[in-house]
Design a protein around this ligand. Structure first.
Ligand code: ASP
Length: 327
């Protein structure tokens, strides 16, 4: 074979591959998409993810199948998607963990920032401090006193270092100078079961899960670490109102694809995300569980990247100052 023939064949092969990949992108999606949730089924991230997946399935004409890859504070699920084939069939719904994990985890088997393409923001959810029903504290001041006097006999449930519940719990413990025993779960779905069973004392968790338990009186609620009260749970004081100023955290969620996913595929996924966030069923259900879809402008890769970058910068000095590393 002459050099020219070899070059011609190589060029034809490359052109063939490019044409095949263009056809694959044009037909995207032509099979089910997997949405990884990095926390356990039944918890707040899972609740948001399943609603989103159902609506995106309708929009994309293919099932968006939820899979819970749990453990290590949400890093195992993130790793799964960061290292997946970047073809649009593996996407990740994650939360504020994407803002704290790059600082908290100094050793990871994936790149927690450059491993992903942000597709758009999804929601921002308030948190609530909820305790087991029999906890001997009637309000936040009494809870603080109890936590301080109980030392490590007080149990604080969370979803592992990197989760929002862990971040919230650490901020609370630091703010009041308490040293509770931390009991990590694979998500706050299972953690909530332990609160309901009276086997752990306290959990800081999103309203997307806690609303129904608060309304039903199944848990004791102490405060929301938000700037303002929650519209759907207006009787709950903010932490500042209840005597603990400067302790604020809400949980944002965003959707991601692996870095290197082709631009037309990313665009298709973002369009489906935006359509889902306009879906009246999502709007209604999100509202019932204390949140709302973000605006269409925020459900874009650009807005998501800006917000995410700012969040990493926001938490970095706090994590460094409190030595809040995972290792
Ligand atoms: N709410 C959890 C957290 O603490 C995660 C979950 O959705 O289960 O980050």
């Amino acid at each position: 074979m002459t050099k020219t023939t070899r070059r011609t064949l190589a060029a034809a092969a490359i052109a063939g591959l490019a044409a095949r990949s263009a056809r694959a992108q044009a037909g995207f999606p032509n099979r089910p998409i997997t949405m990884t949730i990095p926390f356990a089924a039944g918890g707040p991230t899972d609740i948001v993810g399943r609603l989103l997946a159902e609506s995106m399935s309708r929009e994309l004409g293919q099932p968006v199948v939820v899979e819970n890859t749990t453990g290590a504070g949400g890093t195992l699920g993130a790793q799964r998607v960061a290292t997946a084939r970047p073809d649009g069939y593996a996407i990740l719904l994650h939360h504020i963990g994407m803002g704290v994990i790059p600082t908290m985890y100094r050793r990871l088997a994936y790149d927690p920032v450059n491993g992903f393409e942000p597709l758009g923001l999804v929601t921002e959810v308030p948190m609530t401090l909820v305790g087991r029903k029999e906890l001997p504290a009637a309000n936040l001041a009494e809870l603080v006193a109890l936590m301080k006097s109980s030392g490590d006999r007080f149990n604080l449930a969370d979803a592992g270092i990197g989760s929002s519940s862990a971040l919230c719990g650490a901020l609370l413990a630091n703010a009041i100078g308490a040293k509770p025993t931390v009991v990590p779960f694979r998500g706050t779905g299972p953690a909530m079961q332990e609160i309901l069973g009276g086997r752990v004392d306290l959990l800081c968790d999103q309203t997307t899960q806690t609303t129904e338990y608060i309304r039903g009186g199944a848990v004791k609620v102490f405060a929301t670490p938000s700037r303002t009260r929650i519209a759907t749970l207006p009787d709950i004081p903010t932490t500042a109102e209840a005597g603990l100023p400067g302790f604020e955290i809400t949980v944002w969620h965003g959707l991601y694809a692996p870095r290197g996913t082709p631009a037309p595929v990313l665009a298709r996924l973002t369009t489906a995300l935006q359509a889902a966030l306009r879906d009246p069923r999502i709007v209604q259900r999100f509202t019932e569980i204390g949140t709302a879809p973000v605006s269409q402008e925020d459900a874009t890769p650009e807005a998501h990247r800006r917000f995410w970058t700012a969040d990493i910068a926001k938490w970095k000095p706090i994590i460094e100052a409190t030595n809040g590393y995972a290792d």
